[in-house]
Design a protein around this ligand. Structure first.
Ligand code: NAD
Length: 334
């Protein structure tokens, strides 16, 4: 092995943690803790996200961008860069591609390069999972999954760790994708039922939406009292998963208000004047105990999980720490 690419921690340079190593070292509980801590730090203003860049590059149909931020509590500085390449699947690659780059906050020196694809899925699942932990009714028994794409199985696995769910009901725009999610439910020992969206709402105590829809899939009148909804798919201007009236009816929480009102599920309700920015509570305030979460069994709670860069940096930083401690990182020098 060359001097510029050795695995010896004694000869440290810039660490590289591959996709495979991320999968090996980061579990759901690591991601949950990292995301919960960073949401708490964001609410205390000790961590903040910088404005997101997202551009249509006019090549390969790609949307490219980066999300960046600084967590002063965790001393984590960096960015996640990547985006969406629609033709990747045909080449045997994931359409969503991302890499996390971490810098030393004291010197600005490059610290680590970390594969970001698996981490995006676990940090997104951790986000809805944190919302369920803090906002769903304790006696929630039925989990409703709207969406059956790449993220959905991560969402399902993380959600079932938060409550004693007894059943999963699911709906997807492309029904042929549902068997894959059903197999995950079966592996988790949970009965799985494919239903209409309306039936899903009638049964579910917790609903996760994780689709790329650009229009409402869930009607206000379908939601029963006491439901917790985690809207996870809307992360871009124009996307929408639920009826705007649900946001007026529900108590709305989010990871970050600035994103919620511009690219998150709340963008439409705010634009149409149904709710105001001040009606939305950062979930970090609930985690910190400075604002109430659920206040009654009948209340409908909605978490607008838009996905912030600090989530990526938080899980990437833990991945680096664990990979380095286990001797699984590789190193190079610039
Ligand atoms: P995917 O391409 O694997 O799956 C897309 C899902 O959306 C499938 O269930 C598909 O059937 C469904 N869908 C497609 N067109 C639809 C339509 N017109 N109406 C309803 N459903 C439709 O994508 P994925 O990786 O599972 O991601 C799902 C969504 O989550 C995307 O919108 C993605 O941008 C978003 N996402 C959000 C975060 C976050 O932090 N909030 C993180 C990652 C991904």
């Amino acid at each position: 092995m060359s001097d510029s690419q050795n695995t010896s921690p004694e000869n440290k340079g810039i660490s590289v943690v591959s996709e495979e190593i991320c999968q090996e070292v980061i579990g759901r509980s690591d991601a949950f803790t990292a995301v919960e801590n960073v949401f708490a730090a964001m609410a205390k203003n000790t961590a903040y996200n910088f404005p997101v860049i997202r551009e249509d590059i006019g090549h390969a149909g790609a949307l490219y961008g980066f999300k960046s931020g600084f967590d002063r509590d965790g001393m984590v500085l960096g960015l996640k860069s990547g985006g969406y390449w629609p033709d990747n699947m045909a080449q045997g690659l994931t359409n969503h591609q991302s890499t996390v780059i971490l810098f030393d906050p004291d010197t600005g020196k490059l610290k680590s390069l970390v594969g970001g694809n698996y981490l995006t899925a676990v940090r997104t699942a951790a986000s809805s999972s944190v919302s369920i932990a803090h906002l769903a009714r304790k006696d929630a028994k039925v989990l409703g999954m709207v969406g059956a794409g790449h993220q959905s199985s991560f969402q399902l696995r993380a959600a079932v760790e938060q409550r004693d769910f007894e059943k999963v009901v699911a709906w997807n725009f492309h029904p042929e994708m549902l068997p894959k999610l059903a197999a995950v439910a079966e592996e988790l020992g949970l009965p799985f039922e494919s239903v209409t969206c309306e039936e899903l709402c009638a049964q579910a105590d917790v609903i996760i939406t994780i689709t790329s829809a650009f229009g409402s899939l869930i009607d206000k009148d379908w939601i029963k009292p006491g439901t917790h909804i985690a809207c996870m798919g809307t992360d871009t201007k124009g996307k929408q998963e639920v009826d705007v009236d649900i946001l007026a009816l529900a108590t709305v929480f989010t990871d970050e208000i600035a994103q919620s009102i511009t690219i998150g599920e709340a963008q439409h309700a705010v634009a149409s004047g149904l709710i105001k920015e001040s009606d939305i509570t950062p979930i970090g305030d609930v985690i910190n105990g400075t604002k109430p979460g659920r206040t009654s069994e009948e209340q409908i709670t909605l978490f607008d999980g838009t996905g912030v860069g600090l989530q990526d940096l938080a899980v990437a930083s833990v991945a680096v720490e664990l990979a380095e401690a286990k001797g699984l990182a590789t190193y190079f020098k610039l």
